[in-house]
Design a protein. Structure first.
Length: 113
């Protein structure tokens, strides 16, 4: 069964940090590019960034320099480290297998001012 299971997230004050995890099963994890998206209330889903099978990362302009995506192929897990969080980072965050309709369940991140 193909599955992405997310963990982490929660509530943090502005300037704080959080880390999200996304554990994959049922796919050849190491061969896939992975992505993190987010969706704020009343807004469209936004691409946060991607990490290729080789570990090359790309980020959206709104998170560059603050967020870091990494992966551990042995653990079949992709991570999103979020630093210097802002209230506008408040959203539900999703992991995704790029080019496949495989999504994590979503994790709420709330940043207070």
């Amino acid at each position: 069964q193909v599955q992405l299971v997310q963990s982490g997230g929660g509530y943090v004050q502005a300037g704080g940090s959080l880390r999200l995890s996304c554990a994959a099963s049922g796919i050849i994890f190491s061969a896939n590019t992975m992505a993190w998206y987010r969706q704020a209330p009343g807004k469209q889903r936004e691409l946060v960034g991607t990490i290729s099978s080789g570990g090359i990362t790309k980020y959206g302009d709104s998170v560059k320099g603050r967020f870091t995506i990494s992966r551990d192929n042995a653990k079949r897990t992709v991570y999103l480290q979020m630093n210097s969080l802002k209230p506008e980072d408040t959203a539900v965050y999703y992991c995704n297998v790029v080019n496949r309709d495989i999504w994590g369940q979503g994790t709420l991140v709330t940043v207070s001012s």
